[in-house]
Every structure is written in C-alpha cells, then in structure tokens.
Design a protein around this ligand. Structure first.
Ligand code: PEP
Ligand code: MG
Length: 323
C-alpha cells in the first residue's frame, strides 16, 4: 500500500524546521525513470547498472552505456543522478562474466574487487561512458563504487577515473569529471570512513549489504532474517559512525539500502544526520510526508537514544513511541 493516499510532492522537501533532505529514487533500468519522476523523486540516488549487463551475451559497449546514463540525466535536469559502477557477483551474478565458481560468493570476488582485478577493461569502458555523460546537459552526474572495504581499493578506483579521463582527452572526446563517492556497505568501509571521506565527495550507505556483513547474516536466508535487520544497534552505530566521518570531512552522506524507504525509520535517519535518502520510487511520497513532519531536534534526540540502546527491541519501542 506504500504511496497510496499520500500527496505526491514534486518539489524537494524540508523538515518542519526547514532542513532540506534529498529524497531520490533507486533505479534498475531507464524504463523506471518516468515512474521515479511521477512519484516526486528529486533525483536518482542509486542507478544499479548491473541491469544494463543482464539478459544478454555480451556487455553493453561504451556508446550504449553513454546513452543510458544520458537518458537518466535528462529525466532529472535539476536533480542529481548517482550511478553505481558495475556491482557483479554475490546476489548479482552475470553469467558471461562470472568465470569461476566460488565457495562463498558473498565474501568473494564481487563489486569493486572485480572491477579492479578481473574486469578492468569493462571498468574503463564504463568510466569513459560515465565521464562523457557527465558533460551532457545541466544534470549532475555522480559516480559511486560498490563494496569498497579498503582505502587501496578506493584509490585504485580513483586512479581508474583519472585514466579514463586521460584516454578521453587523448581521443579528443568531450567529458567532465563527475562527483565521486563510495558506498558504505562493509564493516571495513565503516572503520576506515574518515580516510575514505577525505578522498571523495559523498558516501551512500547500502544497508542491505551493511546489515549482512555487520551481523554476519545473509540477506538471502530467511532463517537469519531477524538478524539481517538494519535496526540492530550494531548497524545503527555503524551508520552513526559513517555519518560523523562524512560530515567531519565536509562530505555529504546518503542512504540507498532498503532502510531508506521505510517510513517508520525516516525520523531516525534524519536524526542520524543523513542528507539524502534513496529508495524504490513507490515509497517516495510517504517518506517525503514523514520528512515534512519531522523536527530535527527531536529527531536527533531519538537518534541519540537509539544509538545508545542495547537491543533491537529497545529501538523498535523508541520508534513506535514516536510514530
Ligand atoms: C545495499 O547493499 O544496500 C545496496 C543498496 O546495494 P544492493 O542492494 O544493490 O547490493
Ligand atoms: Mg550492496
């Protein structure tokens, strides 16, 4: 029933005391762009580019990727479009790219690891397409890297962006450098958040993977679904720590995991200091309505109590008391 009977707000939304929170849509394919605009998204907070690579036998070439990224920008001439580089492996297998069978795919070769080690040509092609798209129109294209767990990985990704820019220059092709960010979805990234934040323009928290790795509970196994829950105090503390590291380094921070689209968590997330929330488009009207009725001072107090709680049931109780 998400989204029904709630006013659609096409303008950016502010809290009751005037703090703007960007509310954006998660995107699988460009076919979802119209729906995102209709639900009042301020932009795209997570474009999962894996879908461009699925249901085919060969990866899309640079021009095809460029067209898709430019199309997303065109749909949001005033908003930001955050494109995530290919996040293959784990729950996102791509048959023609998944070479070896792994014992533990979720702890194996996935996300940025693949882009830096096995699929570096694909990575360069994607970065070239993204840098070209960034030069299109007035939209603001941002690029972020998935499943980073070390500073070296981020440095490697940033070097790859430099290399893509150099190769475009050498080919005399127009490009712009986008805003660059990193997904916070591993405990390693949380613990190194200060050093990561010094190197990028923004963070985006992926609570689906972050909860999985902080709680050691698979996102795909119903038997441990009660542990794979971002409301666990350990996950909230990881989020809290990441927000502090981001803001200490003048880096903005969003959230694009499922938690961002849960209206019962909106006040808590505003209180934790998230600058942007990105979610499946259908939940945008409800989350925008929640933001509009939130007072940031009360939200901060709620977040402080939640972060100092010992158990998930204490946190759930705090949330029902305030909603
Ligand atoms: C996440 O892990 O929370 C996330 C947003 O990315 P994905 O669900 O695509 O892994
Ligand atoms: Mg993820």
């Amino acid at each position: 029933t998400a989204g029904r009977d709630v006013e659609i707000r096409t303008e950016p939304v502010e809290t009751a005391d005037g703090v703007e929170i960007e509310v954006a849509a998660n995107l699988g394919t460009t076919a979802e762009l119209d729906g995102a605009v209709e639900q009042g998204a301020d932009g795209i907070g997570l474009y999962r580019t894996e879908f461009l690579f699925l249901d085919r036998e060969q990866p899309p070439d640079e021009d095809e990727q460029f067209e898709s990224y430019a199309e997303a920008l065109e749909a949001f001439p005033e908003g930001r479009v955050v494109v995530r580089t290919l996040d293959v492996g784990g729950d996102k297998p791509i048959p023609y790219l998944d070479a070896e069978d792994e014992e533990n795919p979720f702890l194996g070769h996935r996300g940025i690891r693949r882009s830096l080690e096995d699929d570096s040509n694909l990575f360069e092609t994607q970065l070239r397409a993204l840098l070209r798209a960034a030069a299109e129109g007035d939209g603001r294209l941002s690029v972020m890297f998935p499943l980073v767990s070390t500073v070296d990985e981020l440095d490697g990704a940033l070097d790859a962006v430099d290399a893509a820019a150099e190769s475009l220059s050498a080919d005399d092709i127009e490009y712009e450098r986008p805003e660059l960010g990193v997904m916070i979805e591993t405990p390693g990234a949380v613990l190194m958040a200060d050093e990561l934040a010094e190197r990028v323009d923004f963070f985006s928290i992926g609570t689906n993977d972050l909860a999985q790795y902080v709680m050691a509970a698979s996102r795909e196994n119903d038997a441990v679904a009660h542990l794979h829950d971002p409301l666990h105090p350990a996950v909230l503390r990881a989020i809290d720590r990441s927000v502090d590291a981001a803001h200490d380094n003048d880096t903005w921070i969003g959230m694009c995991g499922e938690m961002a689209g849960d209206p019962t968590a909106t006040e808590l997330l505003v209180g934790l200091g998230l600058d942007e929330l990105s979610m499946s488009a259908v939940t945008i009207p409800e989350v925008k309505a929640k933001v509009a009725e939130t007072d940031t001072q009360a939200a901060r107090e709620l977040a402080e109590r939640a972060v100092s709680a010992s158990t998930i049931s204490e946190i759930r109780e705090l949330l029902t008391d305030t909603s």
